[in-house]
Write a protein that binds this ligand. Structure first.
Ligand code: NAP
Ligand code: HSE
Length: 437
């Protein structure tokens, strides 16, 4: 590494522009923290003709990756472009040439993390990715360093800022899904394709990264069951509140007899549970360590400032560890871990359906559930006043039951002539699957 630290920035969008501005505005303080001056060589973008008022004046901007990836004096490549390709190819090229890499790219790390870490080690380069999970929350560093003495049994998290912002605005302020998502996009929280956020992909990438580090075995993004938030509606928030729960997009993984079950889906969490209180763009990750017990990390999970904080933190750590990057070496991710099927999950369930409001209907509904061995904790029937004579709304909370049995019961309920449409099903986590509240 040269006397100063030469940096190339791949991407100058919400995160990249904030990184560039901070490197320019706080140059003196960052030089002191790094132990040497940091020099930003330029930024790679898709459209170099676009005006960039958010970038420091005079910063070279290019759409030719070779200008930066092959430049003399570039020691660290910061990848904040997003997407799998060409970001993956640029990261590989940078590592092969012995340059250190800082990335915020969860998609790349979830799909190719183990190989990239091996490539980095083979080239005596560092690959740092704190910003890929939880935005500004320090979680990767603590997992691989401070908690390394622990056998970690479980990870439970709220790790998508966009969806947590949307769910909070709907639950707390009665905002519509569309207006809340548009706000999250305006605030720079969402992915360029926000379906990655709302369909649970982004949280699945992050859970795969956390699980691989926590359980020290390769867990890939396709191993993570996922269900997004699009199908929630106002009635679910109303009933959740009535029953004493908050709705969160839960990301949970657990090591069970050497195998892992990893899942991302909306969940009812008891209002008193710490994860239920994580609102807005905030994220939180709780871990169950053999020595430490339950530990929770919380902070802003998305947004340019929070993410730049993590990116620049990694850059400073690399600068301080120069020339080898050795102090930033991550433990090798082990062999693939067996994955447990979602169908075997046992938890409680909330079911909401509309059914004919006449004698005998409730017996058919409870009979379909009973036939699958699903036992009921409570059944609430609500008659919509304006609907007199029309279908009634039935809300059922089950005792602990097996996912495959509840799914089959839901299919049988849908087939009943007295039931209108598919039942809505949301998993309830009340302390058996998440930390004791
Ligand atoms: P963004 O606003 O969409 O910015 C992406 C930048 O990369 C833009 O400058 C774009 O160029 C450039 N780019 C994209 N594809 C390119 C290509 N093929 N060649 C050259 N340049 C390309 O995205 P962002 O919100 O800053 O996020 C960047 C990364 O950080 C993503 O991996 C994201 O998942 C991650 N992240 C984001 C946040 C957040 O809160 N936003 C938090 C944590 C992690 P143009 O400007 O010309 O389009
Ligand atoms: N789109 C992501 C989120 C960015 O909303 O959490 C942070 O990784």
């Amino acid at each position: 590494m040269s006397a100063g630290v030469g940096v190339a920035l791949l991407g100058a969008g919400a995160v990249g522009a904030q990184v560039a501005r901070t490197l320019a505005d706080d140059a003196d303080a960052l030089e002191r923290a790094a132990g040497r001056p940091i020099r930003l060589a330029g930024a790679l973008v898709r459209d170099s003709a676009k005006p960039r008022p958010g970038l420091p004046a005079g910063l070279p901007v290019t759409d030719d990756p070779s200008v930066l990836l092959e430049a003399e004096g570039v020691d660290v490549v910061i990848e904040v472009m997003g997407g799998e390709q060409p970001a993956l190819a640029y990261i590989e090229a940078a590592l092969r040439s012995g340059r250190h890499v800082v990335t915020a790219n969860k998609k790349v790390m979830a799909r190719r993390g183990p190989e990239l870490l091996a490539l980095a080690a083979a080239n005596n380069a560092a690959l740092a990715f704190e910003a890929s999970v939880g935005g500004g929350i320090p979680i990767i560093g603590p997992l691989v360093r401070d908690l390394a003495a622990n056998r970690i049994a479980a990870v439970n998290a709220v790790i998508n800022g966009t969806t947590n912002y949307v769910l909070t605005r709907i639950a707390r302020d009665g905002a519509s899904y569309e207006e809340a998502l548009a706000e999250a996009q305006r605030n720079g929280y969402a992915e360029s394709d926000p379906s990655e956020d709302v369909d649970g992909e982004d949280a699945a990438y992050k859970l795969a990264i956390l699980s691989a580090l926590a359980f020290r075995g390769a867990v890939r993004e396709p191993d993570v069951f996922r269900e997004g938030i699009r199908n929630l509606d106002a009635a679910d928030f109303r009933y959740a509140r009535e029953l004493g729960y908050a709705i969160k997009l839960l990301a949970a993984s657990r090591l069970e007899n050497g195998a892992v079950r990893a899942r991302v889906h909306p969940a009812f969490l008891p209002e008193r549970h710490p994860l239920a209180k994580v609102d807005g763009v905030y994220n939180a990750v709780e871990l169950e360590g053999g020595l430490v017990g339950w530990a929770m990390f919380q902070g802003p999970g998305a947004g340019p400032g929070a993410t730049a904080s993590a990116v620049i933190g990694d850059l400073l750590a690399i600068a301080r560890a120069a020339p080898s990057g050795g102090a930033l070496a991550y433990p090798e991710v082990g062999a693939r871990v067996p994955i447990l099927p979602m169908a075997d999950l046992e938890t409680k369930y909330y079911l909401r359906l509309r059914a004919a409001d006449r004698p005998g209907v409730m017996a058919q509904i409870t009979g379909a559930l009973g036939a699958m061995g699903v036992s009921l904790a409570s059944v609430i029937q609500k008659e919509a006043p304006e609907d007199a004579g029309g279908p009634a709304e039935v809300v059922i909370v089950t005792h602990r039951a097996r996912e495959r049995d509840v799914q089959e019961a839901a299919r049988q309920l849908e087939a009943l002539s007295v039931v209108c449409g598919p039942p809505k099903l949301i998993r309830i986590e009340d302390g058996s699957g998440v930390s004791p509240a």
